[in-house]
Write a protein that binds this ligand. Structure first.
Ligand SMILES: C[S@@+](CC[C@H](N)C(=O)[O-])C[C@H]1O[C@@H](n2cnc3c(N)ncnc32)[C@H](O)[C@@H]1O
Length: 182
């Protein structure tokens, strides 16, 4: 990453083995955190689908570097790997169905994205971010969040979000957020 600053490079090297996110996207995330802190934009950091927590570690380290240690961090995941793919989930480069890719793999292979909540807790704690501000939510987003999501929160990958469930009011749960993609 020749074009990024030393701090971002250092953060990336620290978290690289805990993320599937590319160096460029981690650099973008660090920059986004810096923008939010410089502009004093309030709110929480939310990541849906965290695997071993590397992206959130990069965010936490960037918050610490900016002198912010109190921003709430929410990490949503099954902490048991991917939920079942649908027929819409295809590998971009050749159209192979995700179900087929999973069938041909072992449960321990990276494609299953298995990482436990204990592993992610240890990894997040290693950043020295105040763990009282970090909430890990074990949740199957495709089952529980049959709700109307606020416009600012979007999901990608094969996490499926259903349609309206008016009884869930996310806006009282988290006031503002920004989301990292995969
Ligand atoms: C590609 S990995 C995420 C990579 C991560 N953002 C990183 O920085 O390395 C996808 C994650 O989504 C989680 N996931 C998949 N389906 C889910 C669902 N229905 N609800 C919650 N988490 C889910 C998996 O357990 C996995 O950790």
């Amino acid at each position: 990453m020749p074009d990024v600053d030393a701090q971002t490079r250092e953060i990336y090297h620290r978290i690289a083995k805990y993320t599937m996110t590319s160096p460029e996207r981690i650099a973008g995330l660090c920059q986004a955190v810096r923008y939010v802190t410089d502009a004093k934009i309030p709110g929480a950091y939310v990541e849906c689908g965290v695997w071993r927590g590397g992206s959130s570690m990069a965010a936490a380290l960037s918050f610490i570097a900016a002198g912010e240690t109190e921003r709430p961090i929410y990490l949503f995941d099954t902490f048991e790997g991917m939920s079942s793919p649908s027929t819409h989930d295809l590998r971009a480069k050749d159209g192979t169905a995700a179900a087929e890719l999973l069938r041909l793999s072992k449960k321990s292979d990276k494609i299953w994205c298995n990482a436990s909540i204990e592993d992610v807790t240890i990894n997040m704690a290693s950043t020295s971010y105040d763990m009282k501000r970090v909430t890990l939510c074990k949740v199957w987003l495709n089952r529980l969040c049959q709700c109307k999501l606020p416009r600012k929160l979007q999901c990608c990958d094969w996490i499926q979000i259903g349609t309206n469930r008016p009884d869930m009011n996310w806006s009282t749960f988290i006031r503002a957020w920004f989301l990292v993609g995969f």
